[in-house]
Write a protein that binds this ligand. Structure first.
Ligand SMILES: Nc1nc2c(ncn2[C@@H]2O[C@H](COP(=O)(O)OP(=O)(O)OP(=O)(O)O)[C@@H](O)[C@H]2O)c(=O)[nH]1
Length: 507
């Protein structure tokens, strides 16, 4: 059954609003130009109303913005107005700020429903039936009124209307057409503003979060990237879409295979899947930077995967900090040598080489040095010792401070005699030249002679216990060196150790 006719009662017994087409066109064209060009859409709307108002001969042209519709009431705000004279002005009246109208009255409820549906209205107060709308118009001393809803992106945003307090005229026909065109212009300006605003927010979001948005179409394999990301990768901002292989070529060769395999997994997954992984990406300046790739498959209404989309988060700084923190946690703060944790990692990282030697050494009678010169001088001596010995090593060897005055050198790919020669060179570098250390806070210097004792062992096993075994054997050799009178080096002797062990077992 067809519903009731629109509530708008186009009054037929009154004259139509007299409009001069030429004036209307000029006003409309000036107003719409202002809407297109003014920096803020609201200034453009003010200007449009100022252009249109006079040519319509109305007392007021106004815009109500919809704030909220509840089941029992509607809240609107009186946001724009042009008035032909000050006595018709309502804009700044407190009662029109965020005012609520009850929807309990069926007549008013119907008006609201029709506005939501896009209907235009045209009222002549004297010809209206008694009711809340007539009462409202009479309270405003309005003789005739017309309104059209403003729809922004398909939603009722507000209402554009005219009030005439001097003439009882009908706006049917060209009058309402003019209002409707103005409403569409306003909606377009508002929509453009909202889009600009959103795109600015998105760009700001990308900037502050160091991330970019991307999407790859599975249909044609073409990729779209957000502006900031394009710039970071060295593509012009205007670059439209690019083949995904071109983007993939920017992935670090070591990470590429993993990214592709995760992409394939996500594509073939039976249900929507998100994946995250860290990968290095080559930037515009050819430098590699770490990014976290967060991706999610996009599906069409039939549930078929159509695109892979996600964000690329710049984690370069985080990675650098992590690496710095990791490196610091593996170094001894006093001497800069590796610490025990650093040694463990080195041992795990290095694939077992043909040979690996551990030279364990310890300063002789360091307690006496500390007692004689003080702990601070002792510290400075430890620093100098590490520095001096570091210069004796190849880049691939590493110096480790195991704790206190105990150090080690891990050397790879050396024959036994070469390792012994290195150990002896270290011993001589310490013993042959005294250390000159400034006494902190005193301005004087002390000359301290030191010697070290060294134990050398070769890694004989390639398993998880390898380091423990190597340490234990080097420690035995060091113990023997101390026992032999210090300032000497001893190589671990497996046969002798076995003999010692068996004699101990034999009691
Ligand atoms: N200045 C300084 N002294 C340290 C540090 N760590 C350990 N020591 C000192 O090193 C000394 C080690 O003494 P001992 O273990 O008796 O060995 P030693 O006197 O070197 O004698 P041998 O090793 O048997 O030749 C102690 O006095 C510790 O206080 C440090 O970081 N700085």
């Amino acid at each position: 059954m067809p519903g009731p006719p629109p509530f708008s009662t186009s009054p037929t017994k009154v004259a139509t609003v007299p409009l001069i087409a030429e004036d209307c066109l000029t006003a409309f064209s000036r107003g719409s130009k202002a809407l297109m060009t003014m920096e803020h859409w609201a200034d453009g709307v003010d200007r449009l109303l100022t252009e249109l108002g006079p040519v319509t001969g109305a007392s007021r042209v106004w815009i109500l913005q919809l704030v909220e519709i509840k089941p029992d009431k509607i809240i609107q705000d009186y946001v724009f107005e042009w008035a032909s004279s000050e006595r018709y002005r309502l804009l700044n009246q407190y009662r029109f700020r965020f005012f609520a109208s009850s929807l309990d009255e069926p007549e008013y409820q119907r008006l609201v429903e029709e506005r939501q549906m896009g209907c235009r209205h045209d009222f002549c107060t004297s010809m209206m039936p008694e009711g809340p709308i007539k009462r409202h118009l009479e309270n405003q001393a309005t003789l005739s009124m017309a309104s059209v809803p403003i729809f922004v992106n398909g939603r009722w945003w507000g209402t554009l209307g005219v009030d005439d307090c001097e003439r009882a005229v009908s706006w049917a026909g060209p009058g309402l057409d003019l209002l409707e065109s103005a409403a569409q212009m306003i909606a377009a300006a508002l929509y453009r503003y909202q889009l600009n605003h959103r795109s600015r927010q998105v760009e700001l979001f990308h900037k502050v979060t160091d991330c970019g948005v991307w999407e790859v179409s599975l249909r044609n394999g073409r990729a779209w990237c957000s502006q900031g990301l394009k710039v970071a990768l060295g593509y012009p901002e205007t670059f439209p879409r690019m083949p995904v292989r071109r983007l993939a070529a920017r992935l670090h060769p070591e990470d590429r295979a993993l990214v592709w395999s995760r992409l394939r997994e996500a594509r073939n997954a039976p249900e929507p899947t998100q994946f995250r992984l860290d990968a290095r990406v080559r930037l515009a300046d050819n430098a590699w930077s770490w990014y976290e790739i967060i991706a999610e498959m996009q599906y069409n209404e039939q549930g078929e995967p159509v695109a892979l989309a996600g964000v690329l988060v710049d984690i370069g700084r985080r990675k650098q900090e992590e690496e710095r923190a990791q490196a610091a946690s593996e170094r001894d703060a006093l001497t800069g040598a590796l610490n025990r944790r650093g040694l463990d990692r080195r041992m795990m990282e290095c694939v077992a080489t043909s040979s690996r030697h551990l030279i364990l050494f310890d300063i002789d009678h360091f307690k006496q040095i500390n007692d004689t010169h003080g702990h601070l001088v002792g510290d400075a001596l430890l620093e100098q010792l590490a520095d001096r010995l570091q210069h004796e090593l190849r880049p691939e060897d590493c110096l480790i401070r195991l704790g206190g005055e105990e150090f080690a050198v891990l050397a790879s790919d050396m024959r036994d005699e070469q390792a012994m020669a290195l150990a002896d060179r270290l011993r001589r570098r310490v013993a042959d030249t005294p250390f000159c250390v400034e006494v902190p806070g005193e301005g004087s210097a002390v000359l301290a002679s030191m010697t070290i004792s060294l134990g050398v062992a070769r890694q004989s096993r390639d398993n998880a216990e390898a380091l423990g075994q190597l340490m234990a054997e080097a420690d035995q050799a060091l113990y023997a060196a101390k026992h032999a009178g210090r300032n000497t080096l001893v190589a671990y002797d497996a046969t002798a150790a076995e003999r010692t062990q068996s004699s101990a077992a034999g009691g």
